[in-house]
Design a protein around this ligand. Structure first.
Ligand code: LHQ
Length: 262
């Protein structure tokens, strides 16, 4: 059985981490497959929205600690930076830069790099029983895979420090309250809620969505003046799409727009 299941439903592609016995711990094979699958979705014009979720009762428990166990049995110094640079960082960059919306459908615990993975997505829909744990501190590590970048931006510095330094478990209800997730739904309604959101996003003009994501990414590190200029530049591009023309024409003709991605 593949460690990553790829499912297509119209223009929505779902990537399902499939190691339920370890709550979808991330081993090298799964990380490689996930990176490839995001790159493939980027190239595939029929995909307009990507969903990342987990099989079984977990979203992802982060780095597979069994997969790296050998290092801890040896007296050699442990070097984790190379592992992050090679496996995690390119994946996180791919998710942030793919010009399509990426939804994390958080079906259970998201811990360590599994939490970072959820944070790297554009939107998070969680079940009522989902939890978020910046588990790194519990094993003597700093948050990685983008958590130190995403967390303070999503929930503010004080809350980010709380999560990162205590490693405490955040419930879905608290995650919603602090802005860590966009939506919380009953456990048995996750698939339906995610489908509704993903179909909505997939029906919107893809180029404008991609450029919006680019603008919001840039805003995190920009000053106002350069961001205003960047918006104007992106708007020049968006303004020249057929979808923009279609959106305005449809509005004036009082009919629903048909966006084609051109
Ligand atoms: C696991 C894991 C797991 C393997 C549960 N690995 N099997 C980057 C670079 C390189 C190295 C280090 O790390 C990093 C970044 C990171 O991600 S560091 C953080 C790594 N993750 C963790 O420390 C989380 C460890 N897991 C837990 O704390 C708990 O399992 C959580 C809170 C996620 C869930 O607790 P429970 O719901 O009580 O489930 P459980 O603990 O009983 O786990 C179920 C099974 O999954 C169990 O296996 P078993 O054979 O006993 O049923 C666990 O051993 C296995 N599992 N996480 N990361």
């Amino acid at each position: 059985m593949s460690k990553l299941l790829i499912e297509n439903d119209g223009a929505v592609r779902t990537l399902r981490l499939n190691r339920p016995e370890s709550l979808n711990a991330l081993d090298n094979e799964l990380l490689t497959s996930l990176g490839r699958a995001v790159a493939d979705a980027d190239k595939d014009k029929t995909v307009r929205c990507l969903v990342i979720t987990g099989a079984g009762r977990g979203f992802s428990s982060g780095q597979d600690l069994a997969d790296v166990a050998a290092r801890y049995k040896s007296s050699e110094p442990i070097e984790l930076g190379a592992h992050l640079r090679e496996r995690y960082n390119p994946l996180i960059m791919r998710i942030r830069t793919i010009e399509k919306p990426v939804i994390a459908a958080v079906n259970g615990v998201a811990a360590g790099a599994g939490c970072s993975l959820a944070l790297a997505c554009d939107l998070r829909v969680a079940t009522e029983s989902a939890t978020f744990i910046e588990a790194f501190i519990n094993v003597g590590l700093v948050p990685d895979s983008g958590s130190t970048f995403m967390l303070p931006r999503l929930i503010g510095v004080a809350r980010a420090v709380d999560m990162a330094c205590t490693g405490r478990k955040i419930s879905a209800a608290e995650a919603l309250q602090i802005g860590l997730v966009n939506q919380v739904v009953p456990d048995d309604q996750l698939a339906a809620a995610v489908k509704k959101l993903a179909d909505k996003l997939a029906g919107l003009p893809p180029r404008a969505i991609g450029l919006t994501k680019r603008a919001i990414n840039a805003a995190w590190t920009a000053d106002l003046e350069s961001q205003l200029d960047y918006e104007a530049m992106l708007q020049t591009t968006a303004g020249q799409t057929r979808d923009h023309r279609e959106g305005v024409t449809a509005f004036l003709e009082k009919r629903p727009p048909q966006f084609t991605g051109e």
